[in-house]
Design a binder for this molecule. Structure first.
Ligand code: F6P
Length: 347
């Protein structure tokens, strides 16, 4: 994400505009925790994990009142271009702000909180989104910023576990993140030669303990001394109850009398130095997002009366595409709902 912030700041300044850092995500947008950025703010940041400007899960921004407070701060500071980096929740919030923006402007003017001139100048919010999430759950982007680094971290951790598992002839159940998207679980499973993977898109049927143990038994008979099982987040059983590592462990121990340990990788997956691919992706998406909001400004000026559409930067093959944010959000939501539905159908 820091690579993206760097590219946004440097490209905006290079083109002769002002750029502001909104600290602590939407919480900072509502409270006005905003600082003008300079060239040096983003020096020496590309190699850092996390977010140099902070982030937050902001419940207030989920409400229209919260978004209106954020809009007021933006109008007061005459900030009418916004680039948001985040997961589906952040991008959905941004899209809602865009949809309500015109009404907020009118209301703030009617309430005497902004002048007519400011209301007019900020008739439109020019918005671009960048997908930053380890989950890689954005339907129209091959990769989201952070997912490659998270996978790297998962593989490294499991490589370490395999060494001790090999010595003790143990089974490791490794719990990974990803919410209702199985990308991290599935791709990590392939890369670490796991023996079994649970992921939400294909919920396991009632027979999973038997299938799993048959699989482990057969590879043990071929001479394998250790096993890795990857358990994605939000995988449920046929009764709709989340499958947890403890349950998997108990099934294996009872049926196969093997020694099982559980490793929950947790937030380790979200930290550490970003991979080359994530750095490059962040830089490219940040650069494109600036071109996008500037293009929206131009379009708004040339095609009078026509509203601009918010775009999200998506990686397709080797190219960065700018796709309609509202459509991408809708499609991602549908995909998530389908996964949840599959799980509850089984229940
Ligand atoms: O969406 C990213 C993610 O890391 C998910 O994989 C995980 O379910 C969630 O965030 C964890 O959220 P928090 O850091 O709030 O516990």
């Amino acid at each position: 994400m820091n690579a993206a912030v760097r590219a946004v700041v440097r490209e905006t300044l290079r083109q002769g505009h002002r750029c502001y850092l909104i600290r602590e995500g939407y919480t900072g947008l509502i409270s006005g925790n905003i600082e003008e950025a300079n060239w040096n703010h983003v020096a020496n940041v590309t190699h850092l994990g996390g977010s140099m400007i902070g982030t937050s899960r902001c419940d207030e921004f989920r409400t229209s009142d919260g978004r209106k407070k954020a809009a007021q701060v933006m109008f007061e500071r005459r900030i009418f271009h916004l680039i948001v980096i985040g997961g589906d929740g952040s991008l959905m919030g941004a899209q809602k702000l865009k949809e309500e923006w015109g009404r907020f402007g009118e209301e703030l003017f009617a309430e005497g909180k902004i002048t007519e001139e400011v209301a007019n100048d900020g008739r439109e919010l020019h918005l671009a989104g960048i997908v930053g999430s380890i989950d890689n759950d954005c339907i129209e982007s091959d990769k989201s910023i952070g997912s490659d680094t998270a996978l790297h971290r998962i593989c490294e951790a499991i490589d370490g576990l395999v060494m001790t598992a090999q010595s003790h002839q143990r089974v490791f159940v490794v719990e990974v993140m990803g919410r209702h998207c199985g990308y991290l679980a599935l791709t990590a499973a392939i890369a670490v030669e796991a023996d079994y993977v649970f992921y939400p898109e294909i919920p396991p049927d009632d027979n999973w303990p038997e299938q799993l143990c048959n699989q482990l038994d057969s590879v043990r008979k071929l001479g394998k001394r250790q096993n890795v099982i990857i358990l994605g987040e939000d995988v449920t059983n046929s009764k709709g109850v989340k499958i947890v590592g403890k349950q998997v462990k108990e099934e294996i121990e009872t049926r196969l009398q093997l020694e099982v340990r559980i490793a929950t990788l947790g937030h380790l997956q979200r930290g550490g130095s970003p991979t080359f691919l994530d750095r490059l992706l962040g830089l490219r998406m940040g650069y494109e997002a600036v071109q996008e909001v500037l293009k929206q400004t131009e379009d708004a000026g040339t095609v009078s009366g026509q509203k601009t559409v918010a775009k999200v930067m998506c990686l397709r093959g080797h190219n960065i595409e700018r796709n309609d944010l509202s459509r991408v959000i809708r499609q991602t939501e549908t995909a998530n709902e389908e996964t949840i539905q599959k799980n509850s159908d089984l229940a």
